[in-house]
Design a protein around this ligand. Structure first.
Ligand code: GDP
Ligand code: IMO
Ligand code: MG
Length: 427
């Protein structure tokens, strides 16, 4: 296997950063192809913890080419803060390439993100307020600014003048303060100058690497259930985190994509609003949230937690072509007497095995569960499947049976070392 897509198979925060970093030990190239700094990917090795937002998780390995591809929306100020933060912690030798076709996030995007949320009142999405939706909207509306223009002062000036006129009208219509052209231009020109050396045609570079037989990891952000097309619309993000979006968002042919590793927690979490059939509350939710430190990497919001939902996982398998599964945060489930897994939903008296298209229907489904015996043992230091308590082994086998996907690795703690590979994916 030379190309591997890493896809979040739930509602994000499944541990994509940890798995990317782990597999990046064997990779030549790591690509982020969609999303922006709404993502928060946590990585832990040698006692160091990093939370990456828009920089690919291969950045710690100086031999890896890290690509921020055309499908990303990049906040230049935040990207530089992130890079400087890494440099301050000793990550000074890295290879980074930024697509000249990626769109940039400007301050008016974040202001509009906040305003839309405010006006939606009880229908708010619970976005990260990083301007992601408004930036993708401008891209589709053809009033976005791309890296290629951004790094050329005259082109940036011309484009910003036109666009800011329109955006300021929109801001004022919503009762917000307009932005000053000179202030944005002066501040952001400095960022553009600093980012310029990284900017190139990353699609061309990527094809060259693939034709050289390099090993390429595509690091998904968000998760399939947050997909703009196939997720729980409108409670989704504004890009597609599916395997299918990878070729388009990185500029390569679909035939280069071979395998898709779905990352899933041993349970389910969701940040932000929207239906969540297996959601728990009370003591059990508290137990899982505290053991899993389920607080958002980007916004610090407590994550909503629930049982594992195999209807959602099956859906992600179908939509994204997932053919391997990484079962994460398995250690969190230790200590429970029994554990439930959702295998189907009931809607209006009928059993269904897929995700209804409307929020109206999806918020009315009742999850149907199987209940399995739990285990009391701490599993954070196991190094093989056989060392797991029999109940934990049975849990993995049941997940495979219900999702029809082989569990190729499982994880028993946040550290790089706490990763147990059952099937080599990327050697
Ligand atoms: P991502 O957005 O998919 O990269 O996931 P996040 O980094 O936002 O959230 C996953 C969280 O779980 C992070 O805090 C990780 O350090 C942590 N984590 C990853 N794998 C494990 C695991 O197996 N066990 C435990 N306890 N924590 C894990
Ligand atoms: P990673 O890559 C979890 C959620 C937000 C909100 C919705 C829309 O770390 O898994 P947006 O700011 O994108 O317009 O917000 O999507 N969301 C995520 N939830 N993990 C993420 O990324 C997310 N990125 C966006 O909470 O519900
Ligand atoms: Mg995250």
């Amino acid at each position: 296997m030379r190309t591997l897509v890493i896809v979040g198979s739930q509602w994000g925060d499944e541990g994509k950063g940890k798995v990317t970093d782990y597999l990046a030990q064997e990779a030549d190239v790591v690509v982020r192809s969609q999303g922006g700094n709404n993502a928060g990917h946590t990585i832990l090795f040698d006692g160091n913890k990093f939370a990456l937002r828009s920089i690919p998780s291969g950045i710690f390995n100086p031999n890896i080419k890290n690509i921020m591809a055309n499908g990303m929306v990049i906040d230049p100020k935040q990207m530089l803060e992130e890079l400087h933060g890494l440099e301050a912690r000793g990550i000074k030798k890295y290879q980074l390439f930024v697509s000249n076709r990626a769109h940039i996030v400007l301050p008016y995007h974040s202001a509009l993100d906040g305003a839309y949320e405010q006006f939606k009142e009880d229908k708010k999405i619970g976005t990260t307020k990083r301007g992601i939706g408004p930036t993708y909207a401008d891209k589709a509306n053809r009033i976005g600014i791309r890296m290629g223009e951004f790094i050329q002062p005259e082109l940036f000036k011309e484009q910003l003048k036109t666009v800011l006129k329109i955006k300021n009208m929109e801001l004022q219509m919503l009762g917000l303060e307009p932005f000053d052209f000179d202030a944005i231009y002066t501040e952001y020109s400095k960022y553009a100058e600093e980012i310029k050396p990284f900017v190139c045609d990353t699609a061309e570079l990527l094809e060259e690497e693939i034709l050289k037989n390099s090993k390429v990891l595509f690091e998904g952000a968000q998760g399939v259930m947050l997909c703009l097309d196939h997720g729980t619309y409108p409670y989704v993000t504004s890009s597609s985190p599916t395997g299918a979006s990878v070729p388009l968002n990185s500029g390569i042919a679909p035939r280069y994509i071979q395998d898709v590793l779905g990352i899933c927690k041993a349970y389910t979490t969701r940040v932000g609003e929207g239906p969540f059939p297996t959601e728990l509350d009370g003591e059990l939710a508290h137990y899982i949230r505290e053991r899993g430190h389920e607080y958002g990497t980007v916004t610090q919001r407590p994550r909503r937690v629930g049982y594992l939902d195999c209807v959602a996982l099956n859906y992600a398998r179908r939509i994204s072509g997932i053919n391997h599964l990484a079962l994460m945060l398995f250690d969190v489930l230790s200590g429970l007497d029994t554990i439930k897994i959702c295998y189907a939903y009931e809607l209006d008296g009928k059993i269904i095995h897929t995700i209804p298209a409307t929020t109206y229907d999806y918020s009315r489904v009742k999850p149907l569960y199987i209940e399995m015996p739990g285990w009391k043992e701490d599993i954070t230091s196991v190094t093989s499947f056989d060392e797991l308590p029999i109940q934990a082994q049975n849990y993995i086998r049941k997940v495979e049976e219900l999702t029809k996907i082989k569990v190729s690795l499982f994880s028993v703690g946040p550290d790089r070392k706490q990763t147990i590979v059952l099937e080599e994916l990327f050697k």
